[in-house]
Write a protein that binds this ligand. Structure first.
Ligand SMILES: Nc1ncnc2c1ncn2[C@@H]1O[C@H](COP(=O)(O)OP(=O)(O)O)[C@@H](O)[C@H]1O
Ligand SMILES: [Mg+2]
Length: 136
C-alpha cells in the first residue's frame, strides 16, 4: 500500500495518466473518498493515459460514461446518487465488471459488498488546501 500526496489537480491527473499504463483488460478500479477529493480528476488522467480522446466529465448525473477508441475501453461509473444495491445492479454493474475494458467506479465504498474481490481500491483523502492523500 503506497500513499502519495498530490499537491494540485495537475499532479492527480498525472498520477492517473501514469497508472493507466499498468491497466489491463478487465481491470476494475474502486475509487473512494469525499466529494471534491479528486476521483473524477484522477479518472481524467486515466482516460488520457489510455488515449481516450473525449472529455471526461463527472458521471454523477448520467451514472455511466463509456469511452472507446483508446488502448482499452473505459467505463466510468459514479454511484454517488444511488441509494440501494438494486439500483446499482439495474445500471448493469455486473456487465461492466465482466467487460473487457477498464471499469472505474466512483463512490465504490458505498456498495463495497457489490465489488468483486479483485478490484484495486484507490482512496482519496482531502488534506489542507489543495493537498490530497491518495492511497493505492
Ligand atoms: N490535489 C488535487 N487533486 C485533485 N483535485 C484537486 C486537488 N486540489 C484541488 N483540487 C480540486 O478539487 C476538485 C476535485 O474534483 P473531482 O475530481 O470532481 O472530485 P471527486 O470526483 O472526488 O468528487 C476539483 O475542483 C479540483 O480542481
Ligand atoms: Mg466525481
Amino acid at each position: 500500500m503506497a500513499s502519495i500526496i498530490s499537491h494540485n489537480p495537475q499532479e492527480t491527473l498525472e498520477l492517473g495518466r501514469q497508472l493507466a499504463a499498468s491497466l489491463r483488460r478487465g481491470d476494475v478500479l474502486a475509487l473512494a473518498g469525499d466529494l471534491g477529493a479528486g476521483k473524477t480528476q484522477f479518472t481524467k488522467g486515466l482516460a488520457e493515459g489510455l488515449g481516450v480522446e473525449c472529455d471526461v466529465t463527472s458521471p454523477t448525473f448520467t451514472l455511466v460514461h463509456e469511452y472507446h477508441g483508446g488502448r482499452l475501453s473505459l467505463f466510468h461509473i459514479d454511484l454517488y446518487r444511488l441509494e440501494d444495491e438494486e439500483e446499482v445492479l439495474d445500471i448493469g454493474l455486473d456487465d461492466y465488471l465482466e467487460s473487457d475494458g477498464v471499469t472505474v467506479i466512483e463512490w465504490a465504498d458505498k456498495f463495497e459488498a457489490l465489488m468483486p474481490a479483485a478490484v484495486r481500491w484507490i482512496r482519496f483523502g482531502i488534506q489542507e488546501g489543495d493537498e490530497r492523500e491518495i492511497t493505492l
